[in-house]
Design a protein around this ligand. Structure first.
Ligand SMILES: NC(=O)c1ccc[n+]([C@@H]2O[C@H](COP(=O)([O-])OP(=O)(O)OC[C@H]3O[C@@H](n4cnc5c(N)ncnc54)[C@H](OP(=O)(O)O)[C@@H]3O)[C@@H](O)[C@H]2O)c1
Length: 252
């Protein structure tokens, strides 16, 4: 299927590894000029169509600098809102600082970037905003209270925005990973193994057992869905949260 996005421009946040990197590569392969943003950009693969840009989403000034740079370059057609995940931990006993810094890095940063880049999409009457959430938006995950809490706020924001801009040709959606094999998931499995006194292998086997497909997803499988959601043929998908979880979420 021709995704009809060749020649468009995209900003992919959190693009140095994991889900963001896979999406950046998938879009670049479709002929999209991709600004690939992260804190560490030196080791990014030299892929045609990929332009590394440095940003620290936890730093307000750095976010403002990124916005200014992209505005100068005429904005983007596609925005992939992806950030690092917050620290693991329970809901009880989280400090005000922990909540504020998780919110700043994961939510306020992407709200500001989206808001700044939207007017140019509206002007062109074409745009795609896709935000990476988590299965925890639907089924909160134990010991990931900061993630569950902040992502629920992001889901509310995304759904509200979807009803504001769709008439201007801009769709706004979320994509919810279950367990896709990345550094982040390996780190969380290691934390769980340390906490429960079992091996990482045992934690991963138990985790695979909870996924109807029986394995973790591959970043390319996730990125293929993301690339479709920001494509021209996906023009009637708006305000949705698409699960890419091998059937892991049990609710309807
Ligand atoms: N993988 C999954 O199955 C899964 C499941 C549920 C939710 N998620 C969520 O989806 C998101 C991406 O997941 P992932 O597995 O790809 O995570 P990951 O492997 O940890 O990658 C995170 C990306 O975000 C960037 N990043 C982190 N902090 C940043 C900051 N302050 N400023 C700018 N960039 C920053 C990292 O690059 P630098 O370190 O170079 O900045 C990296 O490129 C995370 O929020 C994660 O919690 C993932």
């Amino acid at each position: 299927m021709d995704l009809k996005i060749s020649g468009k421009k995209a900003l992919v946040l959190g693009a140095s590894r994991g889900l963001g990197a896979a999406i950046a590569h998938a879009l670049a392969a479709e002929g999209v000029l991709v600004y690939a943003a992260a804190r560490t950009i030196d080791a990014m693969a030299a892929v045609p169509n990929l332009r590394p840009v440095q940003v620290d989403l936890a730093d307000e000034q750095s976010v403002s600098d990124l916005i200014a740079k992209l505005q100068q370059e005429g904005g983007v057609d596609i925005l992939i809102n992806n950030t690092g995940g917050p620290k693991a931990g329970p809901a009880m006993g989280q400090t005000r600082d922990a909540w504020q810094s998780a919110f700043q890095m994961m939510a306020t940063s992407i709200f500001a970037i989206t808001d700044a880049l939207l007017p140019m999409m509206i002007e062109k009457r074409w745009g795609r905003i896709l935000t990476i959430g988590s299965s925890g938006v639907v089924q909160p995950i134990a010991n990931l209270a900061l993630s569950n809490g902040v992502r629920a706020a992001i889901a509310g924001w995304s759904k509200t925005l979807a009803s504001e801009v769709a008439r201007h040709g801009v769709t706004v959606n979320m994509i919810l990973p279950g367990r896709i094999d990345t550094d982040r998931v390996r780190e969380l499995d290691t934390i769980k193994a340390d906490k429960t006194g079992s091996s990482v292998d045992a934690v991963q086997a138990a985790s695979r057992n909870e996924i109807p497909i029986g394995r973790y997803g591959r970043p390319e499988e996730f990125a293929a869905v993301a690339a479709f959601l920001v494509s021209e043929p996906a023009s009637y998908i708006n305000g949705s949260s698409i699960r890419v979880d091998g059937g892991m979420i049990r609710g309807l």
